[in-house]
Design a protein around this ligand. Structure first.
Ligand code: FCB
Length: 401
């Protein structure tokens, strides 16, 4: 006997990437920082997946895997290499990328900012500078004008992760450790989002514009400890809700990026514990699987009354030991949220390809497709073939328990 969980008609299926992680040959604030030897495995993003030149073949793989949508980002530092100077060749390239997806009947979801900044912007204060939202909206206006065939736009990716890691924990460039500055950056990103939303709507009134937020399922480490509970509540308010409160009226949809449950212990808010029930597997990042968290964060995002897309969800799993189980169990909870009335319209696995995982370098393998970084050879992982059947059937077929 089998149990079949059907997804709504028109539900979109695919995978996500970001420019800096896959394209190769970047020149932005991250590349400058990588050269200081900050990446854990000693690597630099370098050629990455050479996706800049190999995108056609990569999209053939997405097509073969029955993806119906694809999320990627355009790189600000390529498009505006110096303040106010526009690189038409880069814009033409992204036009070709969109065309390549359309030719394969894959719906493009375009992210306009995914953590990296042009050097000139970083040098004048990056996201702390009051003028940055305006500059961002100007850049967005250019991109939107150049890509009239895109219907789905994601302004910024994980503003909360960026504010946290770059300005509070200080693990990412520019390595600041100040909650005041972190909150300021979050607010600037929210202003940038709102201005970009307006700019896109003015040019393309039918466009669907949202942002992609990282949502964490927060729990208290010691459920009966009042201080732990207060710290948990504060983390949830700031990390999960603050952005949505600020931007909800400028979201046609909310992009939900979900990876983790975290347990908060008073006094260690900077270093939460990543935990889940004992029996759940540990992935290569040290992140525990915890599928019910997906349900909880979808309910949380759903409470803002917008449609949702799962814009990222995935795991580092070089040997593909857990990926199929991970996708199956997390999708089970996406389906449960749908049944409870949450308006979810698509699921993007992170990632299509193994890629440059920020401070972890190339050591963490998130791809449905494995990449050999010496030869650039791609090989489809078995879990990706299994996921392809979910995409094709628009349904999750489960063996009866
Ligand atoms: C998210 C990022 C994405 C990727 C995954 C693993 O926080 O948006 O670029 O690094 O984590």
């Amino acid at each position: 006997m089998q149990r079949v969980l059907r997804f709504p008609e028109g539900f979109l299926w695919g995978a996500a990437t970001s420019a800096h992680q896959v394209e190769g040959d970047q020149d932005n604030d991250w590349t400058a920082w990588e050269k200081l030897g900050r990446i854990k495995d000693g690597s630099v993003s370098g050629a990455a997946c050479e996706h800049w030149t190999r995108y056609q073949a990569d999209f053939d793989l997405a097509k073969e895997l029955h993806h119906t949508a694809h999320r990627f980002s355009v790189e600000w530092s390529r498009i505006e290499p110096r303040e106010g100077e526009w690189n038409e060749a880069a814009l033409a390239h992204y036009r070709d990328v969109v065309r390549a997806l359309r030719q394969r009947q894959i719906e493009p979801f375009v992210t306009l900012w995914h953590f990296t900044n042009p050097r000139w912007l970083a040098e004048r204060g990056g996201w702390e500078h009051p003028d940055t939202p305006r500059l961002f909206a100007r850049y967005v206006g250019r991109v939107v004008e150049a890509l009239p065939d895109v219907r789905f736009w994601i302004t910024v990716n994980e503003p909360n992760v960026y504010a946290l890691l770059s300005y509070f924990v200080g693990e990412w460039p520019p390595e600041v450790r100040s909650w005041r500055r972190a909150l300021n950056v979050l607010h600037r990103l929210a202003a940038a989002h709102a201005q970009a939303w307006r700019a896109i709507k003015a040019a393309q009134p039918d466009a669907q514009v949202g942002s992609a937020l990282n949502l964490v399922d927060y729990r208290s480490e010691r459920p009966h400890n009042v201080l732990d509970r207060v710290s948990t509540l504060i983390s949830d308010r700031i990390y999960n809700h603050r952005w949505l409160r600020m931007t909800a009226s400028y979201e046609d949809f909310i992009g939900v990026n979900h990876y983790l449950q975290q347990r908060i212990r008073f006094g260690s808010v900077r270093r939460p514990i990543i935990a889940a029930p004992q029996e759940q597997p540990l992935t290569d990042f040290g992140w525990k699987m915890n599928p019910p968290s997906m349900y909880r964060v979808l309910r949380l995002a759903g409470s803002y009354g917008k449609s949702l897309y799962v814009t990222e969800n995935g795991l580092a799993d070089a040997h593909d030991r857990w990926r199929q189980r991970f996708i199956r169990d997390y999708l089970g909870y996406v389906h449960r949220a749908l049944q409870d009335g949450v308006d979810i319209r698509g699921y993007f696995h992170w990632s299509l390809l193994d890629n440059f995982e920020w401070r972890e370098g190339f050591s963490k393998r998130f791809g449905l497709v494995a990449v050999d970084f010496t030869t650039q050879r791609r090989s489809i992982r078995p879990s990706a073939r299994w996921f392809a059947e979910v995409c094709r059937k628009n349904a999750l077929v489960l063996p009866d328990a």
